[in-house]
Each structure stands twice: as structure tokens, then as C-alpha cells.
Design a protein around this ligand. Structure first.
Ligand code: ZN
Ligand code: FE
Length: 256
């Protein structure tokens, strides 16, 4: 049953850090602390003590708070074995197929190399919570800053295997721009039109659009949909290999 209590911590311009608390054991983790202070403020407001940091990848807006938080709380830093040399303060190295227990809640670790080499994500099946860093965004996906289109497409295939009711806790509020781009790819997608309008309404009221449901992403996210005949037809690539369609969609986004 959904046991993790998850809190959103906005940071920097558009980062979301996620605080996840497992009440039976008291285990409390932050996923991708860009900075320590907003995490400390949230922990104090909730009366919690940090026991873990889970990192998805090495970028500074995901690890910048690691050392200060570790110093203050003595928490355990968990990150990708392949990225260990770039994760400040790493204590536990995990890799694709591993599990990691946060109190009574178990995370499955997936390698999702693409945005960076060694990027991982954490899937808490019982809580239906997926912490995916900069791999999948609401209606978008991460830039290929280190990996290839082939690698990112393989990473995205791992999302497609998870259930529709998965809550996707990505690390940035990029949703509105992503929706505008997605509409250039699939202007006739009714689910996308409706979601884009809802996102415009939410952002006008300064409401966060993350997490989103994986089912909504399947219906509206052009990067997850690169293998769908409707999307291929919409960009004039009927019959092409899905990875080529993905690569073309990513190229268009880079220029958007
Ligand atoms: Zn990043
Ligand atoms: Fe980031």
C-alpha cells in the first residue's frame, strides 16, 4: 500500500526536490537535493530527520546539497555505481536491477542512461512512486547531454513497462513549454490538447504540474509516443523505426 508520504520542495528556478517519508521506520529521504537549505527548512517544518539521499545523476542541480546535508544529518547517500566518481559523498552504489529499501518500502533501480551516462531512477512499486530525475518530464524528456538517442529510447522503454497509475516525480517544472512543443508534433491529439489547456490554467495560478501519471504521459508525451503510428504519421515518418522517430522528435525539441 502507498506508504511513502511525499512532499514537494521547489528550489532554484524550476527544480523540484522530493522528500519521501516512510512512517513505520521513520526513514526519510530527499531525492536529488539541489541545495541543502530548502531541504532543511522543509524537514524542520515537518519535524523530520533526514536518513537518506537518493541521487538520480551527477548534475549540480541534483547533488549540490549532498555534502552539507550529509554533514548535518549523517544520512546515507545512495547513487549510481556507474556515476559514483561524480556523486558527492556517495555511500551506497546501486545499479540496474538492484533494489534499495527505504524502511519498509522497496525501490527497484533502473539504469536510464541518456540524459547523462549512469543516470538511474527509483521505482517504489507499493507506493506507485517513480523518481526519475531528468529522464522523463511531464510531456517531455531530458536533453541528451551525455548519452545517445539510442540510449534514451532504451531508457524510455523502461517507463513503458510500468503501470498507468505510476506517479512520475520528475525534477523540473518544464511542463508548459513541453506542452507547447508537444502540440507542434501532434496538433490533433485530443488528450494532449486537453492536458495543455489544463496546464496553462494551473500555471496561471502558479500550481505545480508535477507529479503526473504515467498513463497521461503515455497518451500525451511525444517522446514516449515515438513508436505510435499516429505520431509517426503526424510527423511524416510512417514506417520508420521508433528510435529514429524519437531521435527526430528530440532534434526538433532541441531547436524549439
Ligand atoms: Zn540533469
Ligand atoms: Fe536537472
Amino acid at each position: 500500500m502507498a506508504k511513502l508520504q511525499i512532499h514537494r520542495i521547489p528550489a532554484r528556478t524550476d527544480n523540484y526536490l522530493w522528500l519521501a517519508h516512510e512512517p513505520d521506520s521513520g526513514a526519510t529521504t530527499v531525492v536529488d537535493p539541489a541545495d541543502a537549505q530548502p531541504v532543511i527548512d522543509k524537514l524542520e517544518a515537518l519535524g523530520l530527520k533526514l536518513t537518506h539521499i537518493l541521487n538520480t545523476h551527477h548534475h549540480g542541480d541534483h547533488t549540490g546539497g549532498n555534502l552539507e546535508l550529509k554533514e548535518k544529518y549523517g544520512c546515507t547517500v545512495v547513487g549510481s555505481a556507474a556515476d559514483a566518481h561524480r556523486i558527492p559523498g556517495i555511500d551506497v552504489q546501486v545499479a540496474d536491477g538492484d533494489t534499495y529499501d527505504l524502511g519498509t518500502e522497496r525501490a527497484q533501480v533502473f539504469d536510464v542512461t541518456g540524459h547523462t551516462l549512469g543516470h538511474i531512477m527509483y521505482w517504489f512499486a507499493d507506493s506507485r512512486a517513480l523518481f526519475c530525475g531528468d529522464t522523463l518530464f511531464a510531456m517531455g524528456c531530458g536533453r541528451l547531454s551525455e548519452g545517445t538517442a539510442d540510449q534514451m529510447w532504451k531508457a524510455l522503454s523502461k517507463f513503458r513497462a510500468l503501470p498507468d497509475d505510476t506517479q512520475v516525480y520528475c525534477a523540473h517544472e518544464y511542463t508548459q513549454t513541453n506542452a507547447r512543443f508537444a502540440l507542434t508534433i501532434e496538433p490533433d491529439n485530443a488528450a494532449l490538447q486537453a492536458r495543455a489547456a489544463e496546464v496553462d490554467r494551473m500555471r496561471a495560478e502558479d500550481i505545480a504540474t508535477v507529479p503526473s501519471l504515467l498513463g497521461e504521459e503515455r497518451a500525451t508525451n511525444p517522446f514516449l509516443r515515438a513508436g505510435e503510428p499516429e505520431l509517426m504519421a503526424a510527423i511524416g515518418m510512417t514506417g520508420a523505426a521508433p528510435v529514429e522517430v524519437f531521435a527526430e522528435t528530440r532534434r526538433r525539441k532541441d531547436k524549439f
